[in-house]
Design a protein around this ligand. Structure first.
Ligand SMILES: [Zn+2]
Length: 83
């Protein structure tokens, strides 16, 4: 089995453990008023960071997107600046 040699752990330097933070914290509803938390999932431009990077599960990513949307409506967070 020569292939076994190459089947070591994949090396992806920037990828940490991918765990959904909201799942680990057992968060059901993401508070849209909690901009500190929401801000962690946004880029400098106010874009949502994709879940493949944050490690969020689909469920929570959707909740997060909703929370961000709401937050923008009440002007806690800026809208995405397109350039
Ligand atoms: Zn989750």
């Amino acid at each position: 089995m020569r292939e076994e040699k190459f089947k070591r752990k994949p090396r992806r330097s920037y990828v940490k453990k991918k765990v959904c933070l909201f799942c680990t914290e057992k968060v059901k509803d993401i508070d849209y008023k909690d901009i500190n938390k929401l801000g962690r999932y946004l880029t400098e431009k106010g874009r949502m960071i994709p879940k493949r990077i944050t490690g969020n599960c689909a469920k929570h990513q959707r909740r997060l997107a909703l929370a961000v949307k709401r937050s923008r409506i009440i002007a806690l967070l800026p809208f995405v600046k397109e350039d």
